[in-house]
Design a protein around this ligand. Structure first.
Ligand code: GLY
Length: 404
């Protein structure tokens, strides 16, 4: 038997140790361009079966193959036009561009009625905002400016936030209510303020983010879904839930909205407290992820591991963490968030979560409103929107292109 000399043994063990460490530190991989191609192809197939009217894809339940649709006033109406804009950006396909224009146009009707909640941002920024980024159509720009002015009418200066749900004031006895989802819609105000709108839109957005930071976010950096305030003296009364498991639980998509919202607020303001908040929210999200990497709909549902997953929360968080990673100056921390986002995308892109030929959506296994029993383990349009947005962001990062 040939005896290895001690020097060779040391080398062998070092090589083994190195390869194990390397494997542990390496993120799972996602084939970014291939998955972008998958999304574009699905959009191309779906779009020929949809007529551009005011009927927009929202969800597909298990067992169904086609999108169930909603009208332009539904809070999710901007996601399908947004997907079309992103798919056009990814492919340059002129048929998708035409579809994007045709599905965006009817959303102008949202501005014909009085503002009824904060969702104007989801509806009009994803559609007209993305459109204006890609084609120089001034009607898109003015739709966004009008929407921003409209959203600002919900602002209460005593509280320092916009009223998210006027409909819940009487129904739930939540005099002034602000939800974490509302953070996303501040992007509309920031856009307007820097593109010809009134400067007070910027101030409102900053104040809203600060007030939410001190009320919606708990000391352990988990998030209440809803903050309730006194309308007259502006005081924070309580934190409650609407779509989560319990008032003090960690609703997965809410945590995702928080990471996304504070990262975006840092991009728009340069205020370090927003960046630090986004990081802490992301850290809690990552620390508490289950073994397979995709969150349950609420991290505190006692029926875990039998609770439904929420792929949409993973998509929102992945997209947010890609932008967050780009703001990190320390290379290790930058890689931490980028790798975490890539791991989420890798899992979402696996056969377990990818819809493939199952239905028209990109992804399966999202949860919309568990307490109401709606959209459980479904394909949901906003999961697809943030999945595609995250892939586009990753593609830009990989090609060394600035995100904004
Ligand atoms: N904005 C509502 C939701 O996240 O379901």
């Amino acid at each position: 038997m040939k005896i290895l000399n001690p020097f060779a043994i040391v080398l062998l063990f070092s090589a083994l140790a190195f390869s194990c460490t390397q494997r542990m530190d390496e993120p799972e991989q996602v084939e970014t361009e291939k998955m972008l191609g998958y999304c574009v192809e699905k959009v191309q197939k779906t779009v020929v079966n949809l007529s551009p009217n005011d009927s927009l894809p929202r969800n597909i339940y298990p067992g169904q193959t086609q999108w169930n649709k909603v009208g332009i006033h539904d809070w999710t109406s901007g996601f399908w036009p947004g997907i079309l804009w992103y798919a056009y950006e990814a492919s340059g396909d002129s048929a998708i561009l035409e579809a994007a224009q045709n599905f965006t146009a009817p959303l102008k009707g949202v501005l014909d009625v009085a503002v009824s909640d904060h969702d104007l941002g989801f509806q009009l920024y994803n559609s007209f905002g993305n459109g204006f980024r890609l084609v120089d159509d001034s009607t898109y720009h003015y739709a966004v400016l009008t929407a921003a002015d409209s959203l600002a009418t919900l602002y209460n200066p005593k509280v320092g936030t916009t009223l998210s749900w006027p409909s819940q004031v009487k129904k739930m006895n939540w005099p002034h209510n602000t939800i974490i989802d509302n953070m996303i819609n501040l992007e509309l105000l920031f856009y307007a303020a820097k593109n010809g709108g009134d400067q007070h839109l910027y101030d409102i957005a900053v104040k809203h983010a600060e007030t939410s930071m001190h009320t919606l976010i708990r000391p352990d950096y988990t998030i209440y879904h809803v903050a309730v305030f006194d309308t007259v003296d502006g005081q924070f009364i309580k934190g409650v839930t609407h779509q989560g498991y319990a008032d003090d639980s960690m609703w997965a998509r809410g945590q995702g909205w928080g990471i996304y919202g504070y990262t975006m607020c840092y991009r728009e303001t340069g205020k370090l407290e927003f960046l630090e908040t986004a990081q802490k929210l992301a850290d809690v999200f990552l620390e508490r992820l289950p073994e397979d990497g995709i969150p349950y709909w609420d991290f505190d549902d006692p029926s875990i591991p039998d609770a439904p997953k929420d792929a949409s929360a993973a998509c929102v968080a992945a997209s947010a963490m890609l932008e967050l990673s780009e703001f990190m100056t320390d290379e290790t921390v930058k890689l931490k968030y980028r790798n975490a986002a890539v791991s989420l995308l890798a899992k979402l892109s696996s056969p377990e979560y990818l819809s493939g030929d199952t239905n028209q959506a990109f992804l399966l296994h999202s949860t919309g409103h568990k307490p109401k029993g709606s959209e459980i383990d479904a394909s949901i349009i906003y999961a697809d929107y943030y999945y595609l947005e995250a892939l586009l962001r990753l593609s830009k990062i990989e090609r060394g292109i600035k995100l904004y």
